[in-house]
Design a protein around this ligand. Structure first.
Ligand code: UT7
Length: 315
């Protein structure tokens, strides 16, 4: 489709495969609902056990209603509160931050946080600077009060709207509603100035990770896992290096899914679950459009291998 090569993509981004949602009339909710069904199955919960569902997405099915509303209806969750969070690639960290407050106040017992994006809906497949990077995907996590003291211990979210010019979708919102002209000018696609975003992403992901480590008295050797947003293998490696972490303690799935925006971190957690042990110290970190960025510090609450084994045994 564009003037590129497998060698360039692998070397400059680390991506070898991506997933694209096919099927007429299917939006982000289709993938989000499937992720929630599998999550409920794996955790042995019924839809009626969930008392809040938050979906982080930049590619909602519609301007309204929210994709979270649609996912609840598709899975049979509710009627409980549900809403979308829009913070581009940092959306999952923002949503986890919100969810952890509802748990801490005792207002909710079990919250599903979904990160889902159908990036193929807003990618210009004639623009080689973006079309080789993004993929479609969804992941979901269950957040509940723990009984062993493990859990989400700290979160940090940041934003700077002046970064908008470097990464945004030019039309389709209230400032420039869709028209024949905006469509003809290809303004409904992701506009990214890659090199500028790259510089900010490395600086801010490392900065926010170091800040959350320092205010929790954590040294690099105490961290079992860095779970970084998957935008570019080189950004992930630089962040790890600045934090002083070896790559065998860094989750990496970009080779398999590409950049799936709000879905990258929950996809990491899903794919690495069997390796996670009770008490593992983890730093989640992301950077994205807005600009937005953030980090979370948590300790894993259960034996991941046992959970995956028992879910498989239960069929
Ligand atoms: O997820 C939210 C935030 N997003 C990010 O964090 C993405 C951050 N940015 C990046 O990951 C990288 O900047 C990209 C992967 C987007 C681009 O990599 P880069 O190493 O920064 O490339 P560049 O934009 O500086 O371009 C270098 C060269 C240019 O050619 P010239 O001007 O040196 O002749 C580009 O035209 O690479 C060229 N190029 C390509 N060549 C082959 C750009 N895209 C491609 C391509 N295939 N797909």
């Amino acid at each position: 489709m564009v003037d590129t090569s497998d060698a360039w993509i692998v070397e400059r981004t680390g991506i070898t495969e991506r997933r694209i949602l096919k099927g007429e009339g299917l939006g982000t909710s289709h993938m989000g609902a499937e992720a929630v069904r599998r999550l409920l199955e794996r955790t042995g919960n019924k839809p009626s056990d969930i008392d809040l569902l938050i979906c982080a997405t930049t590619t909602p099915d519609f301007v309204f209603p929210s994709t979270a509303n649609l996912i609840c209806d598709m899975v049979g969750v509710g009627p409980v509160g549900s809403f979308d969070v829009q913070a581009a690639c940092s959306g999952f960290i923002y949503a986890v931050t919100i969810a952890s407050q509802f748990i801490a106040t005792g207002q909710c017992k079990k919250i599903v946080v979904v990160g889902a994006d159908k990036m193929s809906a807003i990618i210009d497949y004639t623009d080689r600077a973006t079309c080789v990077i993004f993929g479609d995907g969804a992941g979901a996590v269950l957040i509940e009060a723990s009984e062993n003291g493990e859990g989400i211990l700290d979160t940090l979210i940041r934003s700077d709207g002046s970064g908008m010019i470097h990464l945004h979708q030019k039309a389709g919102g209230s400032r420039l509603p869709p028209s024949a002209e905006t469509v003809a000018k290809r303004m409904h696609y992701v506009h990214q100035e890659g090199a500028a975003v790259y510089k900010f992403a490395i600086a801010k992901m490392a900065e926010v990770s170091q800040e959350i480590m320092s205010r929790n008295n954590l040294r690099a050797e105490m961290i079992n896992w860095l779970v970084p947003h998957q935008a570019n293998k080189r950004i992930i490696e630089s962040t790890a290096e600045r934090m002083g972490l070896p790559m065998d303690r860094v989750m990496m799935v970009i080779q398999k899914y590409g950049n799936t925006t709000a879905a990258t971190i929950p996809l990491c957690l899903w794919d690495y679950e069997a390796k996670l042990k009770t008490g593992d110290r983890m730093i989640l970190a992301a950077f994205g459009g807005g600009f937005t960025w953030g980090a979370a510090y948590l300790t894993w609450a259960y034996d991941g291998a046992a959970r995956v084994r028992s879910a498989k045994a239960a069929g």
